[in-house]
Design a protein around this ligand. Structure first.
Ligand SMILES: C[S@@+](CC[C@H](N)C(=O)[O-])C[C@H]1O[C@@H](n2cnc3c(N)ncnc32)[C@H](O)[C@@H]1O
Length: 296
């Protein structure tokens, strides 16, 4: 459980998703001694199952179950190897909770690097129009909604499960489209988006068998599989993005540090001035491209 084969850098986030609102070992109604016993037992069972963050997860599960019975059934799901976030029904992203459920990609802490880069780009603009492509559960858009009150926000994903989750997380603030990249987006966005941000699938197909078990067995393959070199979806995005961006429009996409030079070359070929930023903590890169020239 949450043991990552050496060398599989992509999607192997080892930082636990901490919830700032968690009060570990909160009273479950059985008195402090009984709660402590539950915490100790849950921790031991999770440890036995190979869980690296056993005590922390035990606290989260105990806190997440409305009753002891609920918490016991959540523990059983976790012991079978189901990702903690599906069991809890949420993932933490930039200090906020995002609702997630089976069928939806679980937001990774590494993507906070992309969120921060997009916020930096947005802060220099008045009422920016931002598109969150391949939005998954919509956590990037929820950060933009909270931090950029004057932004005009849009999100899109191909998977109906992701679209449903994003709508749940974003409410009426952000319209979410079910769309194969740009195909189902409203025409009025054509040529007027300021920032396109995308954390699209980027695992090379041949590396899928080496992903951590939780991702491989529980997350949708279409959320992970980036095709040859892992760059097929990102290349399509780079090629199509210029037509949707306005003057000084910017594209920001996530990939692994190793993929970044190849992707930057594709971004350049699509007419952008590319820039690579790498997060040394996660070996994740953000490749951004500013339109060198408006392409009509
Ligand atoms: C790696 S997940 C990232 C989700 C979210 N952006 C995040 O950072 O947590 C990639 C997402 O891209 C979506 N996706 C894959 N192919 C797509 C396509 N052709 N058009 C739109 N979305 C796509 C998947 O359904 C999945 O939700």
């Amino acid at each position: 459980m949450r043991s990552f084969p050496l060398g599989v850098g992509i999607y192997a986030d080892t930082r636990r998703r901490e919830d700032p609102t968690v009060d570990y070992g909160k009273d479950k109604g059985g008195g402090m001694d009984a709660d402590r016993e539950l915490l100790i037992r849950f921790t031991a069972q999770l440890q036995q199952a190979g869980c690296v963050f056993a005590a922390e997860e035990a606290g989260l599960i105990l806190r997440g179950g409305a009753t002891v019975n609920d918490a016991e059934s959540m523990l059983r799901r976790r012991l079978t190897g189901e990702p903690l976030e599906y069991v809890l029904g949420w993932a933490a992203f930039m200090g906020r909770r995002v609702r997630v459920m089976p069928g939806v990609f679980i937001p990774r802490p590494r993507t906070e690097f992309l969120a921060v880069a997009a916020l930096e780009s947005a802060r220099g603009r008045t009422a920016p129009v931002i598109l969150d492509l391949c939005c998954g559960a919509g956590e990037l858009s929820s950060v933009f909604a909270a931090d950029l009150p004057d932004a005009e926000l849009y999100a899109a994903d191909l998977a109906p499960e992701a679209v449903a989750a994003a709508r749940m997380n974003l409410g009426t603030r952000v319209p979410v489209y079910q769309s194969d990249l740009f195909t189902a987006l409203p025409r009025h966005l054509h040529g007027r988006i300021d920032i396109i941000v995308a954390n699209a699938p980027y695992v090379p197909t041949e590396q899928l068998p080496f992903l951590p078990r939780e991702a491989r067995l529980h997350e949708p393959a279409a959320a992970l599989d980036g095709g040859r070199q892992g760059l097929e979806v990102l290349r399509r995005i780079a090629a199509q993005a210029p037509a949707w961006l306005g003057k000084d429009g910017q594209l920001l996409v996530e990939c692994s540090a190793g993929q970044a030079p190849d992707l930057a070359a594709d971004v350049s070929a699509a007419g952008f001035q590319p820039l690579i930023r790498t997060d040394p903590d996660t070996a994740t890169a953000v490749v951004s491209g500013t339109l060198a020239q408006r392409i009509v």
